[in-house]
Design a protein. Sequence first.
Lengths: 313, 313
Amino acid sequence: MMQRFLETENPVFLFPSSGTGFMEASVRNCVEKKMLCCVCGEFGERFSEAATSNGRELEKIKMPLGEPVTPDLLDDTLKRIPDVEAVSITHNETSIGLINPLRELAEVVKKHGKLLFVDAVSSMGGTEIKVDEWELDVCFTSSQKCFGIPPGLAVGSVRQDALRKSETMKNKGLYFDFKLFEKYHKNNFTPTTPPIPQILGLNRILKMIDEMGGKERYFNTYAERSRRIREGIRKLGLTLFPKKGYESPTVTCVNAPDKMTGLEVYQSMREKGFELAKGYGALVDKTFRIGNMGYIEFKDIEMMLKSLVNLIR
Amino acid sequence: MMQRFLETENPVFLFPSSGTGFMEASVRNCVEKKMLCCVCGEFGERFSEAATSNGRELEKIKMPLGEPVTPDLLDDTLKRIPDVEAVSITHNETSIGLINPLRELAEVVKKHGKLLFVDAVSSMGGTEIKVDEWELDVCFTSSQKCFGIPPGLAVGSVRQDALRKSETMKNKGLYFDFKLFEKYHKNNFTPTTPPIPQILGLNRILKMIDEMGGKERYFNTYAERSRRIREGIRKLGLTLFPKKGYESPTVTCVNAPDKMTGLEVYQSMREKGFELAKGYGALVDKTFRIGNMGYIEFKDIEMMLKSLVNLIR
């Protein structure tokens, strides 16, 4: 079902881990020496840490907060540093509510013949990802984001090029060995005990998505919820943090109003019973975030916006 | 609560992983060059694989199937190979229903000043383990065994000596970094998203154990269930596989009857609605196993034994 959802013939592995486990796995299976990480915020940074903590050399494209990685910049960087084996991209950077132009970036990576690791933790299930058409080598999420099931499971597709690289990789360890997962996968097994409740949950939501008419309908729900949140924000006179055109469909990052810090908005909304999210790191006062993942109805959004109006006006 | 259960002041980390994750973590945080693995069956082998797949040199004590590791043999081995940094012991070897004399083995390891990793996956919660008194450096289990909650969580205590070793360890990676877990642990957090349902389950069972009068009562339940299973087996004229005195309290490994293979017993019992376990590897025909972990009532055991009588007599 995940293969169909991602439009891929790659095996889709079920890791007993959080999404971070797939970052570690990508590095340890597929990078011998050096990789390039595209960093737009917290989760891009985390991928860099997965690289360096595993002793790999790291090149970084670090964008100013709020800016997406652009295909031109990536192309220039890969021309300048042609010896990286792989590139990591955070599809949707939760920390600043920004979505990167994955399809275009993937084209650039493939033009240069590099492996591509996609952290799709907060995008897979919330927006279209065509794994085979876009030639994504590793593309992963975790259970608790757009699929809205409890945390404890990571899910990712791994392409032949990545599996081939893993074949000869030394010291890749036991727990996240792609080749071992592939071997068990062929018999519908996992190498170690899997998180059964989360797997059943994933199975159920994929069936529910089919029952509601397919993944486009599910993506449309995300888009519509996101549209309503942004419209409410605009009506309040507030603005969004990320560069126009790159706003995430799954989490909205809002610039704080004049009279309150982002942290104050977060805390006050929490007291009213709405769990928004604090701004990321240095942006904790300047922004607050509104998540749009999992089971949320339009009326929940209306109630949240009404509370926000009362708070800010 | 886990600290109290294990009688330790060590931090107890909650890993979003299976038990195997803690093997990988022990190797990557605490072994620079070489370790000794005590192997009595499948899970001892798995620890060796964790060592070699992470590029560490491996020494092995490999026991004939059915035999425990003895303190004398371990002592002799550590005299002969004094340059190992750590020793791994499978407390309870599920694959052959054998329990090793952990306390005595730990004494030997400590006499030689080595780090001790204890795979307590199928013993913690089923029998006493005193982490501080026995000076166990890493001691872990996973949620789905003696605590009887769904799989997807590993739980383990990590002692100061192991944490100190981790401080200077190179290329230990991000996902299983003990020092990172320690840092977050101090604020009751985890470095990555934890498997919430399993953590709530663990919390509940620990409270239930308190409510029933403490861990000795819980261990007694295991001992009594195990006693009834063995008594039933003896009455059937069958014998146990492991060496006398080392029979596991959590899983009983039985020699197959004359007229049937172990696999046939397993399959026939399955048809009757009882999920026993096949014998391990080369023992698949010679043995079958009866698990005793999680929520099992005495009447379940009676029913299982009655079916077994009808099958074998």
